[in-house]
Design a binder for this molecule. Structure first.
Ligand code: CAA
Length: 405
């Protein structure tokens, strides 16, 4: 069968962050709850000049540059987001212009909470497999700002960022395995973002249970389709790393314990060792950015490709995507020989500005209220004048963006 998959990845996040300890102290919570109990370190916080579009464009540019890909080779752009900016006009429409993509390119938005970009990825994979892409490539971008609000239980699990994924029949980074698929969908009210507010409504503990149920449902579906298609069972030794949707680091631990249980490993010591080997090394980027919703699974993949791509060549990894509401998918991917080396994102994370709790609250409120008609921002007032893509506010009901040369 033809090999298709990911040719390049790019990541972008907001310019400012706070430490999770500062947030805990300000809320009168023992910092160990957020650091150990949730597994977080830092949290990205967007200014009003950074939105779903600017981060998506920045990540898209980064993905194109990382593999030296000509933008005119893209003929499908899908932005998966749950931080929409318009009922009608997709984020992809602005990103299409900002990246200078061809006019002969489909540009659409997909939505199912944190699953949206995975859906886009799978559609692009099918398209590449079918041969209809005729040598062209697809750009799939996950871009979100996670908002729960000041003083809520979800507050330490906010974040902001975008991941761009270039899909083609030259999978220089990751081959997506298409022999079996594990799909699970179930209408549940665990987390949603009603049209009349910016912050998510979440039933936190129930959402964790729904996530775990979705692993079970999608993994079992994957196993059934694998048995049907190739008549074999999966041994854990076939999988070098297990990547998950990561709303907060500790969720990956809960997810892996469930995954191991489904595989038949119940010994706690064995399970903990396995977690340390196959999951924990790829949580660092997420722990420093926070929940980026649609992009978080792929941020963990970026982390793995930066730290371990050489030693993973020829090996398979499992990927689990979860979108509240809910829709989930379990699938496998393989790292090819001579995989493309991605630039380390740590220098960019290190160069962000650390803000204190007062500035964090000012930014959170300003970003949440940024979408008002005739409210225009000066990028220098928000310290982002050198960002490659900037949201200037809404003028005459039209969103205004600039791209620095
Ligand atoms: N030292 C160490 N650990 C501590 C501690 C301390 N002093 N105090 C508490 N803890 C531990 C707790 O034992 C708990 O760990 P376990 O779950 O392993 O038992 C952990 O810290 C969190 O404590 P609580 O459960 O009491 O925390 P909480 O009720 O305040 O809120 C939350 C936690 C429900 C995750 C909340 O942050 C939230 O609602 N977040 C948003 C929803 C979310 O992320 N859901 C995830 C699944 S849905 C999804 O994945 C989609 C998505 O992206 C949103």
């Amino acid at each position: 069968m033809r090999k298709v998959g990911i040719e390049s990845l790019g990541f972008a996040t907001a310019k400012n962050h706070i430490t999770i300890e500062d947030l805990a102290i300000a809320r009168g919570v023992n910092p160990e709850k957020y650091v150990i109990g949730l597994g977080q370190k830092e949290m990205a916080i967007a200014t009003p000049c950074e939105d779903t579009v600017t981060m998506a464009a920045q990540a898209g540019l980064c993905a194109l540059q990382n593999a030296d890909i000509d933008p005119t080779s893209i003929d499908l752009l899908i932005v998966g987001t749950e931080t929409g900016i318009d009922h009608s006009k997709p984020v992809a429409s602005y990103v299409h212009e900002l990246l200078g993509l061809s006019t002969n390119c489909r540009a659409i938005e997909t939505k199912h909470a944190c699953y949206g970009a995975t859906g886009g990825l799978q559609f692009a994979i099918d398209r590449a497999l079918s041969g209809r892409s005729r040598g062209k490539k697809s750009l799939i971008i996950a871009s979100d700002i996670a908002r729960y609000g000041i003083g809520t239980a979800g507050e330490p699990t906010q974040g902001a960022g975008a991941i761009a994924i270039i899909v083609s029949d030259e999978p220089r980074l990751v081959i997506i395995e298409t022999g079996a698929e594990g799909i699970y969908s179930n209408q549940v009210m665990d987390f949603w973002r009603p049209l009349y507010r910016k912050e998510a409504v979440v039933d936190g503990h129930f959402s964790i249970q729904c996530y775990l149920d979705a692993i079970e449902g999608s993994y079992k579906n994957w196993q059934q389709s694998l048995v049907k298609s190739e008549n074999k069972q999966l041994a854990l030794t076939d999988i070098a790393a297990c990547l998950y949707h990561i709303p907060f680091g500790k969720m990956a631990n809960k997810a892996h314990m469930k995954h191991l249980d489904l595989i038949g490993i119940n010994d706690k010591n064995v399970a903990n060792e396995d977690y340390t080997l196959r999951v924990a090394p790829y949580l660092e980027f997420c722990s420093r950015v926070g929940n980026v919703y649609t992009g978080s699974l792929f941020l963990s993949l970026y982390n793995l490709m930066v730290d371990a791509s050489k030693s993973f060549e020829g090996k398979s990894i499992s990927m689990f995507s979860y979108g509240s509401g809910c829709m989930a998918e379990y699938f496998l991917a393989t790292i090819p020989q001579n995989a493309l080396k991605l630039p380390d994102f740590r220098p960019i994370l290190d160069s962000r500005t650390q803000v204190d709790i007062n500035e964090y609250e000012r930014l959170l409120i300003a970003n949440t209220n940024a979408d008002q008609n005739d409210r225009v921002f000066k990028p220098e007032d928000w310290g982002v004048a050198e960002n490659p893509f900037i949201f200037l506010g809404v003028n005459d009901h039209k969103r205004q963006y600039i791209k620095l040369p």
